[in-house]
Design a protein around this ligand. Structure first.
Ligand code: NAP
Length: 549
């Protein structure tokens, strides 16, 4: 601690000319924890966020039905006993307003808001090799200098809209769910269209169906989904959760996905079909990602095992939908269950049993253009008051690409990543010194706050190490980065997810260069425990792969 303080004092003297020692970009789940760590150490730091307030994804995604797919108590921060003791989650899977309240509660409790600057969009940043510092150019015209930049910009934070002829001609309201109006939107008597059937849409549809006069869902490709099975958390249950927090976080640390759900390792073919069905019945009727992550490992790697399980889910879907033709359209035929990120739903399939809900599958009619009054398809015109484009995100690299980031010798990050990300540990990039992602593409994407804490708990000591050794620069070596990239590519090979037509492989039909088949290696798929073990080994090995100077 004394050493730390000495280093801090020296640092302040050395860098008095800089606006900040560390700038954190993004006041979401990652930025909030990062600024807490830094200011606890007495580091001169600030958080910049383009939004009007904190919360990141939970500030933006205000659409009806937005809620955790993670058990609430596994999503909260683990680093403050006081916080764990004080906060009461009211639902197993917290809805967006409660999560936003939680993040505000954390910021206020630890007085972190004083370090945050809102409506501060970072447009460009340049690394100066003569001083080992970054200069950030903000939308408001300011320039800020700093030694280190921590990017907490999110992995799904840049929405993508389709490019359909006539979108601007529409005279009703239209938006992406990420930009769902903050003021309450009265859907009573409204004709609503929703385009897309991803996790976002699957949360929205049952909610809009409750209110709107008519809801029309435009589906290009069916998506597997499974019940969330949410429930309230009583005072007694919360007291029990509080007692078990250590156990809960320990369990999250040893499962591949960072949840309490651990895979069934009995072996798909070592048990009878009856036993498999017994497990699936239990998981389908149980909460959260159990049906995906507590399953046999083979469903992720073996096509036959996956097909048998997908058949089981298809039958469960059929049981929930009155019209067999609609049911068949909602059951994916082009990929198996769990190869893409599984959306969790609450009465999603039952929504299609309502008279006011219509499914238009691309096999029946395709969107031709948007008109002033609605949507014209190959089978006719539909009038709408509201069109929701739930068409996904420029995942993983989008939030980095929209900042003009120039590293050593003026190299642009967006050029380096033109064909997909390449990183060291999902935390740093060769050629971009003193920049850390908390975390970024190619980290082990687990239950997100668990991944955030892993990243910040590891990278903050890298900063301390830099200060303590009297250095002014850290940078991933090219060799280490290549090694990590190789490991990430290998981590796709055993898993059926390598065929996913989704952000997992970088597919997005609304973005050039994101065509299916041009795989972008966005994820490290060997799981959280292996990832954490690697980080520990690197740390113990004097931060192998990082050059300090
Ligand atoms: P998504 O999974 O990428 O889904 C986008 C949907 O829009 C797909 O059905 C896609 O069809 C369709 N689409 C895209 N462009 C289209 C076009 N031009 N014309 C017609 N259809 C088009 O996006 P998302 O639903 O926003 O979910 C993204 C991720 O966010 C999720 O996988 C999840 O990780 C995260 N998320 C998390 C939560 C949570 O934790 N509770 C909730 C929501 C989202 P195709 O399949 O044919 O491409």
């Amino acid at each position: 601690m004394t050493d730390q303080l000495t280093a801090t004092t020296q640092r302040s003297a050395r860098d008095a000319d800089l606006d900040y020692e560390v700038i954190v970009i993004g006041a979401g789940v990652a930025g909030i924890y990062q600024i807490k760590r830094l200011t606890d150490m007495g580091v001169r730091a600030t958080v910049l966020d383009g939004n009007a307030d904190l919360g990141g994804t939970w500030y933006k995604n205000r659409y009806p039905g937005a809620r955790f797919d993670s058990e609430s108590y596994t999503y909260g921060y683990s680093w403050s006993q006081e916080l764990l003791d004080e906060w009461h989650w009211t639902e197993q899977f917290s809805p967006q307003p409660e999560t936003l309240r939680y993040l505000n509660f954390v910021a206020d409790k630890f007085d972190l808001r004083q370090y945050m600057q809102f409506e501060c969009l970072v447009e460009a940043m340049r690394f100066d090799e003569s001083t080992d510092t970054w200069t950030l150019h903000l939308g408001d015209g300011r320039e800020l200098t700093t030694r280190f930049v921590m990017m907490g910009v999110g992995l799904l934070s840049v929405p993508t809209l389709p490019t359909i002829e006539g979108m601007d001609d529409f005279e009703g309201q239209w938006f992406h769910p990420f930009d769902w109006p903050a003021e309450p939107l009265d859907l009573t008597g409204k004709k609503v269209a929703i385009i897309g059937t991803g996790a976002t849409s699957i949360q929205i549809i049952p909610e809009v169906a409750k209110e709107a006069a008519q809801l029309t869902v435009f589906q290009r490709r069916a998506n597997w989904a499974a019940p969330l099975n949410n429930a309230p958390i009583t005072d007694e249950e919360m007291a029990d959760i509080r007692r078990r927090y250590d156990e809960i976080f320990e369990a999250c640390a040893i499962t591949p996905g960072g949840f309490e759900h651990a895979p069934d390792r009995r072996g798909f073919y070592n048990v009878s079909a009856e036993e498999r069905f017994e497990l699936w019945d239990r998981l389908y009727d149980g909460p959260g990602f159990g049906i995906w992550l507590q399953n046999f490992v083979e469903i992720f790697t073996n096509e036959e095992a996956n097909a048998e399980f997908s058949g089981y889910i298809a039958d469960r879907i059929r049981q929930r939908i009155d019209d067999p033709e609609v049911a068949e359209k909602l059951i994916p035929k082009d990929h198996g269950f769990g190869i893409q990120r599984v959306p969790l739903e609450t009465k999603y399939y039952e929504a299609y049993n309502q008279d006011n809900v219509t499914l238009i599958d691309a096999s029946d009619a395709q969107i031709v253009r948007v008109t002033a009054r609605g949507i014209e398809t190959t089978a006719g015109h539909h009038d709408f008051d509201i069109i929701v484009y739930a068409t996904g995100f420029d995942a993983f690299t989008g939030a980095y690409d929209r900042i003009d980031i120039q590293g050593v010798e003026g190299q642009r990050l967006r050029s380096k990543w033109a064909d997909g990300p390449i990183t060291y540990l999902g935390l740093m990039v060769h050629g971009f010194p003193n920049l850390a992602m908390i975390p970024g593409p190619q980290c082990a994407v687990t239950n997100f706050p668990r991944a955030v804490e892993t990243a910040i708990d590891w990278i903050t000591p890298v900063l301390e190490h830099t200060w303590e050794q009297g250095h002014t620069r850290f940078e991933a070596t090219e060799e280490a980065e290549q090694g990590w990239f190789h490991d990430v590519v290998e981590s796709y090979k055993p898993f059926l997810l390598r065929t996913a037509k989704s952000w997992i492989t970088g597919y997005n039909s609304n973005l050039e260069g994101h065509e299916y088949g041009k795989t972008r290696y966005n994820l490290y798929n060997w799981g959280g425990p292996k990832y954490t073990k690697t980080l520990r080994e690197i740390e113990a090995n004097d931060y192998d792969g990082i050059a300090f100077s």
